[in-house]
Design a protein around this ligand. Sequence first.
Ligand code: CP
Length: 313
Amino acid sequence: MQLKSKDLLGMQQLDKEEIELILNTAQGMKQALLIGHKKTTHLQGKSVVTLFYENSTRTRLSFEMAAKYMGAATGNIAVSGSSINKGETLLDTAVTIDHMATDFIIMRHPSSGAPFYIADRVNASVINAGDGMDEHPTQCLLDLFTMKEQLGTLSGLKVAIIGDIAHSRVARSNIWALNKFNSEVRVAGPASMMPVEFEKTGAIVCNDVKEACEGCDVVMGLRLQLERMHSALFPSVNEYARFYGINDEVMACAQPHAIVMHPGPYNHGMEMTSNLRYSDQSFIDEQVTNGVACRMAVLYLLNVRRNSMAADQ
Ligand code: CP
């Protein structure tokens, strides 16, 4: 079995079997990493460029490490220090990268849909590393991997996603994916951060955090994306933490085995208490580790797809 597209643009575009293929491949990648096997030849002779119009630590670095562990040549473009700052357009930038025989362009952009626009116009495989408020598919894949690793399944789960739902591409990608596995996603957050008619996504919109977490297997906090808020959407940090922060009282509503997740970066004391962040229930550091394995799997499988497309020509 192979991935169907040359690009990875969103969880909406992947079917359940493709998601399972990526997660199973990531399992093998993680095993190899755990025994210190960090030099493979899967991407030897291939090139990977990260093109980031927004800041990133985890996604950009884990893609770069994943590519290097598999033997690819790597390059990085950010807004600062590149010709984007001289006014070069997104399309011209992507086409320029493409003409350097680049095999993979990993892009993050503040506009929803930007990677879809580029994917049709370049030969390289485009991987969406986060587009506006739309999707963050590789974050979702590492989230799914972590859930499956800790809970043994992705089917029939109850997953609560708490916080800034409106701005969250992580929430959207997880909802699209978990729907495919017949798992229930409940969301809760301030009304000012809850899009109208959000239940149309398939998620259950709850009035408060405890209601959302009742009987849940997973409680996922979301970062307050202060950089995307153009006006104050909550009265104060203290008030946000009091009404929407995840704490021991909230976790008492969830299943005893429930795990705590967060995509990072984490605003200390806002989205959840520091005690919980660093507790045995928290798998936030494991999510980071799993991110490298999942991104290795995505690069590996898209490369298989590229090779088979080249062989068919
Ligand atoms: N979770 C996530 O996308 O983190 P970065 O912004 O650090 O890449």
